[in-house]
Design a protein around this ligand. Structure first.
Ligand code: DON
Length: 577
């Protein structure tokens, strides 16, 4: 069936379904989340203490970036499993007045001494995921502190040291361990208790995981932050803190890594152009390579744009099928083409070219899942160079959305990769395991893999901090999520929810999830989406019903006001004025 014929069929079908099906957003569990409305400023993040720090800074006259620095420093304390100064981040920044949008890339880099066999066993086969993660081997040069400093240098309003006050105060005086942190410590006990530093911090003297509500102090973190507050990012990258990071990585007893003090001293933030594409008259802008997030979200949207999504019931199998098929095709391209563009050529423009995406969308049949989605041939000279990459990504990470009173915007996704990263703590913060976002095998069927390890290279990410502009060029949506490669599906469906289904932010973050990482279609357990299993199987999909733990943070500007919501699946809140 042609796309046009399919669209007509959909309009007719949608009419029939609309009478029979209650909109999915109304039935969602957990939640639904509330939408918070404000006039002037707003901050959404995954931890209440971090949101309060951001709000404190905005009320003190700080900019969106000032607030982001304060939020990040508290997140590293109160949500240490997800992000922190031992990790990396991507920040999209919109400057009101100038209308300028820029992407700051604070992604970790591979050490100069890294080689393509970093994650291979002596027999040439890949290490198992956790054999690679735990210890020094997976630790990349952290980028978050330089990113904060660089963004503050350009967009900051309050003095740098002021931004550290909330986190230093909490680290000295103590904060209550949240239920989610307590549950994750308990779940990770076998791994987290291996390293003396994490054992001492996250467990009682008797070796029990800290229960929720425990008042936890972190004087080491307070001292690290005080040094960075006083002397700037160099306090982290040059000198004693850097030397301690390197020592911990290189001297790990069973799994040492190759990070050096030169890697830290030489770390640079990349300032990049965001990748942008249109969706139903809106301009959707996201993070380009080394993240696959922006491109893959844009590919999904560029394909479903050929269907009348607005005429479909958000909870019906048709909408799920279309999002799944677009996702499967987009992930086939992602596996082959997307990696660090500073290290390998990436066909950025070709992958989101509208004629190319029209051809890709024509493969979608409403009645039948594509048997085996294959990568396409985007308009690009070197298009058949790469083999497929199957790097894994696991839970942690955090998203922060902020609008300040002048209309400046931050959309930042920040991570130490897996929950608790490499499970090593240095001076009060956890070290990332971001290097496991590289493909473990550098070759695939005789072809080099674009996302293979190389010295100084940034591992491919899925993080998708996004800002959407309306037809007049005004920013209207700020969004992002954690979730590893699932981030892409969470963000793409949320944008369809906001733009096509005109859901408010609370409803959109509460939608039951339907997504794919390329093959299987995943449906969120315990929600109405689980009921789509049979109809999707009938169309030929392989389906899995499972927990889908997003952490969407959304701000929408509508009718001159800010409307925000935090994902009910995590602990986030929204504050505004
Ligand atoms: O950069 C990435 O895409 C991953 N390292 C992010 C990890 C993540 O989101 C884990 N999820 N909950």
């Amino acid at each position: 069936m042609s796309i046009r014929a399919q669209t007509l069929a959909r309009i007719l079908l949608a009419g029939a379904f609309a009478l029979a099906v209650v909109p999915a957003a109304a039935q969602t569990r957990p939640g639904p989340a509330q939408t918070v409305t404000a006039r002037s400023h707003m901050v959404v993040a995954a931890n209440p203490l971090a949101v309060r720090a951001g709000d404190e800074i905005l009320r003190a006259g700080g900019s969106a970036v000032d607030a982001a620095v304060a939020v990040q420093m508290v997140l590293g304390l109160t949500e240490p499993q997800s992000s922190g100064i031992g990790g990396g981040a991507f920040m999209l920044h919109f400057t009101a007045g100038e209308g300028a949008l820029v992407a700051y890339d604070g992604r970790e880099t591979a050490p100069a001494a890294a080689t393509p066999d970093l994650f291979l066993k002596p027999d040439g086969t890949p290490l198992t995921f956790y054999d690679a993660v735990i210890g020094g081997r997976s630790v990349g040069t952290p980028g978050t502190v330089r990113l904060m400093a660089e963004a503050h240098r350009v967009h900051g309003r309050l003095p740098w040291a002021r931004l550290f006050e909330p986190a230093i105060r909490l680290a000295r005086e103590g904060f209550a361990v949240s239920p989610r942190l307590a549950a994750l410590i308990a779940a990770d006990q076998p791994r987290l208790s291996q390293h003396p530093s994490t054992r001492a911090y996250f467990f009682t003297p008797d070796g029990l995981p800290l229960p929720a509500g425990t008042m936890l102090r972190n004087p080491d973190y307070a001292a690290t932050l005080a040094a960075i507050a006083e002397r700037g990012a160099d306090a982290f990258y040059i000198g004693e803190i850097a030397a301690d990071i390197v020592r911990a990585v290189r001297e790990h007893a069973s799994n040492p890594g190759r990070l050096s003090v030169e890697d830290l001293a030489g770390y640079r933030v990349a300032v990049r152009e965001p990748v942008c594409g249109s969706y139903r008259g809106h301009e959707v802008c996201g993070m380009g390579p080394p993240s696959s997030g922006g491109l893959t979200v844009l590919q999904i949207l560029g394909m479903v744009e050929h269907f009348n999504m607005g005429g479909l019931d958000p909870g019906a199998a048709d909408a799920a099928h279309l999002l799944a098929e677009a996702g499967r095709l987009a992930f086939a391209d992602r596996a082959v083409y997307m990696a660090d563009q500073d290290a390998v050529p990436v066909p950025v423009r070709g992958l989101i070219d509208t004629s190319y995406l029209t051809l890709r969308a024509q493969q979608i049949d409403l009645d039948r899942a594509i048997e085996r989605p294959r990568p396409g041939n985007p308009p690009w000279r070197d298009a058949r160079l790469w083999g497929a990459d199957n790097s894994l990504e696991f839970p942690s990470t955090s998203h922060v959305s902020i609008v300040d009173r002048d209309g400046n915007i931050v959309s930042m996704t920040t991570t130490i990769e897996d929950a608790f990263g490499a499970r090593m703590m240095v001076r009060g913060f956890l070290l990332n395991n971001e290097l496991t976002d590289f493909a473990f095998a550098p070759m695939d069927n005789g072809r080099p893999v674009a996302n293979a390890v190389a010295p100084g290279k940034r591992p491919r990410s899925s993080m998708a901090p996004t800002i959407v502009f309306d037809r007049e060029g005004e920013p209207t949506i700020v969004i992002g999520s954690p979730g590893g490669a699932r981030i892409i599906g969470y963000v793409a469906k949320a944008l369809v929810g906001l733009i096509d289904w005109r859901l408010d932010p609370g409803a959109v973050v509460s939608q039951p999830h339907v997504l794919t990482l390329g093959r299987t279609v995943e449906l969120e357990e315990g929600t109405p989406a689980a009921a789509l299993e049979a109809p999707l199987r009938a169309r030929g999909h392989t389906v899995q019903v499972r927990e889908l733990n997003s952490g969407l943070g959304v701000i929408v500007r509508r009718d001159g006001r800010l409307h925000g919501a935090a994902d009910p699946r995590r602990e986030g809140i929204v504050l505004g004025d």
